[in-house]
Design a protein around this ligand. Sequence first.
Ligand SMILES: N[C@@H](CCC(=O)N[C@@H](CS)C(=O)NCC(=O)O)C(=O)O
Length: 223
Amino acid sequence: MSNFILYNYYRSSTSYRVRIALNLKNIPFDYKSVHLLKNGGEQHFLDYKKLNPLEEVPTLVHNGKSIAQSLAVIEYLEEIQPQPTLFPNNAYSKAKIRQFCENINSFLHPLSNLKVLQKLESDLQYTSEQKNAWVQYWYGKGFQALEEMLIQFSGKYCFGDQITAADVLLVPCVFTAKRFQVNLDPFPLCRKVNDECLKHSAFAKAHPGQQPDTPESEKKSSS
Ligand SMILES: N[C@@H](CCC(=O)N[C@@H](CS)C(=O)NCC(=O)O)C(=O)O
């Protein structure tokens, strides 16, 4: 058994982030699936709530100690295993990488989160089409900001030619955008960097189409 246990869900983008970071840092982990829909959502189970009081995935347990919030987990992994670094270079570069990450983590992601969409459905009777339109509207705004940063900073990856935390967050965000049929045509650099990252084994191995809890019908390659 590994020292690291990751409680996560195959198509959760925040789980996908942590899987990529663990792979990039070559840290083996035990995969524990928390099904977000089955039985009313296993994230709401009493035992799991003790690990993650917000009732969300992912949660990393390292040597018996739990950490929630994917960015906090990624920063923790960076501290305990600094190489390869996900926050390279100088203070300014690190701050811009964090800015990019927060655009996804604080702005984009919460607007497409399951519980937000469930609330729109239960209280305002949103249909699937209306939920997609909601996500498409907000993702259009968020991706515009990401694209503008990439115009300034990208090379092969989001920030130059080295993989950083920005790539770790961008790829799962593109995956979610595709799930909700967001039009990514206006964001060529986001698409280009995403495609480049998916060629890397750490990203490919973490893809939602390849996980132990991926339903047979969704098992596929990392596109
Ligand atoms: N800021 C948190 C967000 C975690 C989060 O929202 N996870 C989603 C899946 S991507 C979740 O567990 N949702 C459960 C729900 O909405 O009931 C993080 O980065 O870890």
